[in-house]
Design a protein around this ligand. Structure first.
Ligand SMILES: Nc1ncnc2c1ncn2[C@@H]1O[C@H](COP(=O)(O)OP(=O)(O)OP(=O)(O)O)[C@@H](O)[C@H]1O
Length: 580
């Protein structure tokens, strides 16, 4: 909790002012019964109108002070709490951005979204309410007891007799509340996850007629959320009436013994009225307790979840040589006996991989599905680090590169073309904000998408829907390639990024890309593509099955020959020579 609370520190002054103002408001509230007692005992009982006027005036003045304090308190409380929320959300976002790809597997996306939104809002609201009303309740209870003792110690005693019960009930409420509400937030994560999955796969759900099934899946998680929230609220619902029962018994005792004290002239009516007034205020404060403790319990659970993200230290990306200028890369890539296992698995996905690609060369990576092709690419921008062995760029271990410089030199086109909501221009300029319109259009021409864009009614200003819903698979792939090309990377990593293109467009694309001097690693299933590469790396179950030029592999590798033959049978002869 320490880390989350450190974000409150910069606002200690607004918080202090808000608290002082709240104390002023509270003091007025506590002094008022005393004044009422004075008006009754010295004014009404003694028939002295001047006392009533004087103290009535004081009461009025105090009410105005309380009003002004309350309004200013609200201003400072909202400033402090909203700024705290902003800071902590920003810090969480920055922290998440630094996560290694491996750390993301520990924190599911939907959970991170809840932590950055609902959890932050929860803590932020509790901070606001603490400064505004929450702290008033406990202070009102303590203040009322003190004032009651000042007025009449004997009668005040009956107000504190139930204290051990009250403390026990409150302790129980907090203890149970925190654990139940932590579970409620986990349930909320699940609801968000199912919702997110469904929204992302909306077409699939419709095409497979899974609407009813998905609805019942959603109902199930939503129901769990409801049941656990009800369970958490039930604790509060049982405890609150118990608190009130204890308070009401105390109040009855005050009235009973107060009456006999008045009879025996040991107390005045005004005193009894004041004590009853304090008891009523305490009862009111206790009714607020259930709400307060519930909010605190929820906020504590939320703060702990935020803390988990803020405290990640192991899984953060680190720059070995941050700040050192290393110059432009040449784009040479080499793997030296690389073995790699994913963090949560034992079996290596890549085993003893060694190869080298010179600057400007093109390497085609082939292999069956699950052979480890994408994994191999991911080791170059250091999304994951090799378990053993070395991955080098320009002869230098990738772990020794500044991450920014390493990634600046790499243009990655992932298997799934991910686009962002915004115009086509914005999507293209995503990797290089300062790119000129000419640069963007040049990249689009190279990626063979310029003509298609020109045909859209709004051209480059066409808005790309969420995840590119309004574009075809091939258009999305070409936009992703253009986005990578805008940066003029020295290394281009294409992960099966041309699978949706027709033969002619693909041929034109390769021709344009060949003119770039970039080193290219191209994951592909097509022999046609492999033929145009300088070398081919054939992976089989994480190991190199063959490595060499297309012609060499046709001679030496049975597996490669089989793939080539199987594809030859499928090829349309007219396009078969349409190579890269
Ligand atoms: N994040 C991950 N955690 C654990 N295992 C993973 C992870 N990502 C991939 N794998 C496993 O690693 C192996 C290689 O996956 P990879 O995506 O590199 O294969 P691929 O050759 O690119 O396959 P495809 O052609 O289907 O894309 C697979 O067995 C896969 O299950």
């Amino acid at each position: 909790m320490k880390t989350v609370f450190s974000y409150v520190k910069p606002y200690k002054w607004p918080i202090a002012i808000a608290l002082i103002l709240m104390l002023i408001e509270l003091s007025v509230e506590l002094i008022q019964p005393l004044i009422i007692a004075k008006i009754i005992d010295d004014g009404i009982m003694k028939d002295d109108v001047s006392v009533i006027w004087t103290w009535g005036g004081v009461m009025m003045l105090m009410a105005i002070i309380a009003f002004l304090s309350g309004a200013t308190n609200s201003f400072f409380a909202s400033h402090a709490s909203q700024s705290f929320g902003f800071d902590v959300r920003t810090a969480l976002f920055k922290q998440v951005q630094q996560f290694t790809v491996a750390t993301f597997t520990k924190f599911p996306t939907a959970g991170l979204i809840t932590r950055l939104t609902s959890d932050v809002t929860m803590v932020q609201n509790v901070l606001f309410m603490s400064l505004r009303i929450m702290l008033r309740a406990p202070l009102l209870v303590i203040g009322s007891i003190i004032m009651a003792f000042i007025v009449n110690a004997y009668l005040a005693m009956f107000l504190v007799i139930g204290a051990p019960f009250l403390i026990f009930f409150l302790y129980y409420m907090v203890k149970k509340g925190v654990s139940y509400f932590a579970l409620v937030q986990v349930r909320l994560d699940r609801v968000n996850r199912v919702l997110q999955e469904n929204l992302q796969a909306v077409r699939l759900v419709k095409a497979y007629l899974r609407g009813t099934f998905e609805s019942s899946r959603f109902e199930k998680v939503s129901n769990l959320l409801k049941m656990d929230t009800v369970k958490a609220l039930r604790v509060m619902e049982i405890i609150l009436p118990l608190l009130l029962l204890v308070m009401n018994i105390s109040l009855l005792a005050v009235l009973w013994f107060g009456a006999s004290e008045i009879k025996s002239n040991n107390a005045q009516i005004g005193e009894l009225v004041a004590i009853v007034n304090y008891a009523m205020r305490m009862t009111g404060a206790f009714s607020m307790f259930a709400f307060i403790i519930m909010a605190f319990a929820r906020a504590k659970a939320s703060a702990e979840r935020m803390e988990e993200v803020l405290l990640v230290n192991e899984g953060l990306e680190r720059d070995e040589e941050t700040g050192k200028m290393l110059g432009t890369t040449e784009g040479e890539i080499s793997f030296h006996n690389v073995t790699f296992s994913y963090p949560n698995t034992l079996e290596p996905v890549l085993k003893n991989i060694s190869f080298a690609v010179k600057s400007g060369e093109k390497l085609a990576i082939m292999g069956a599905t699950g052979a480890g092709k994408s994994t191999l690419l991911q080791l170059i921008p250091r999304f994951f680090e090799a378990t053993t062995g070395l991955v080098k760029v320009d002869g230098k271990d990738v772990n020794k590169w500044s991450l920014d410089q390493l990634r600046q030199a790499i243009g990655l086109v992932p298997q799934q073309s991910l686009l962002f909501t915004g115009s086509i221009y914005q999507n293209l300029a995503w990797g290089k904000i300062e790119a000129s319109i000419e640069e963007l259009q040049h990249a689009a021409k190279q990626a063979q998408i310029h003509t298609s864009i020109e045909q859209f009614a709004k051209g480059y200003d066409t808005r790309v829907g969420q995840k590119g819903v309004n574009l075809s698979g091939g258009q999305k792939q070409r936009l992703s390639i253009a986005r990578a090309l805008v940066r003029k990377p020295e290394i281009l990593l294409l992960d099966d990024s041309t699978s949706a293109l027709d033969v002619k467009t693909e041929a034109a694309l390769w021709e344009a890309l060949d003119k770039e001097q970039a080193t290219m690693l191209v994951v592909t299933q097509k022999i046609r593509t492999a033929k145009g590469a300088d070398r081919v790396l054939l992976l089989d179950n994480g190991q190199i099955a063959a490595y060499g030029s297309h012609e060499e592999l046709l001679e030496t590798s049975d597996l490669y020959r089989q793939i080539a033959e199987s594809q030859q049978e499928q090829e349309v002869p007219a396009h078969a020579t349409d190579s890269i």
